[in-house]
Design a protein around this ligand. Sequence first.
Ligand code: SER
Length: 327
Amino acid sequence: MIFYICLINEYLMPGRASILVIGASGQIGTELILELRKQFGSARIIASDIKVPGYEVLEGGPFEILDVLDKVRLDEIVRNFNIKEVYMLAALLSATAEQNQAYAWKLNVEGLFNVLHLAREKRISKIFWPSSIAVFGPDTPKDKTPQKCIMNPATIYGISKLTGERWCEYYFMKYRVDSRSIRYPGLVGYKSAPGGGTTDYAVQIFYEAIRKKKYICYLKKDTVLPMMYMPDAIRGTIELMNAKFEKIKIRSSYNFSGMSFSPDTLAAEIKKHLPAFECLYSPDHRQQYADSWPRSINDTSARKEWGWKAEYNIKTMTSDMLENLMN
Ligand code: SER
């Protein structure tokens, strides 16, 4: 009984600042919500999305239906829950954005803009917004891609993310809006499914290897891309948000590196655990998006300025993925 009263009080505590995650049903959102709840307490973390999340996110704390393009509803949630920090994760990824260009632009750019605007009006004090390796394009140096270089993205997704980066830096310079951002590589995890990205093969391959012992990859076998294991990505994201204001020198978005591999290297690593596994290749339209992106990323600025360091490599990631998916 006492436990329930405490729980209700926690949810309704008026002055308590909360954190809003927009896009909580997505690949990053699902895992981020679980970690934020662990670190800050479930009552303070408000999950939101246009679609209902999986069981764990839905049952573990507050969830609100929210379309980030609906400014009135966004405003209402920020007021009702006394939101002070926002993780704005809602986006269309590279492959789906090409199929629905107008909506991708609207969601990826206007969605961010709505949140930046709240910070400009001092309604919220801190924003996290993800950028991507897709901000780089065919003219960009492919190996150990520097923080600052020619970008010229060749996908709608990349163009929308580069635009978002410029908005974030502009809002910082002009209005001191404290927004923080990471250029995520392809993300691999077992707690949530990716959707609509070019790097999604690196998650699908595990499921198919276990279920069917066979996977047909839509990228060429030697397509090397920057990747990261989800526990590193989530830790890095929260570390960036917890870093002191003065340490964040880059207000567009930080290069962020974990590992780099091609589909055949990952398949060979999986084969060490599942010898019967076979990977075949049938490249489709996603190959051209992958071909326009870097092979590896130089993340010296993130390391020096706020102490970033990835922990997982392809070996440790693969055994951890298989262990969790098979048990
Ligand atoms: N994972 C993203 C995609 O494949 C790139 O950041 O679209």
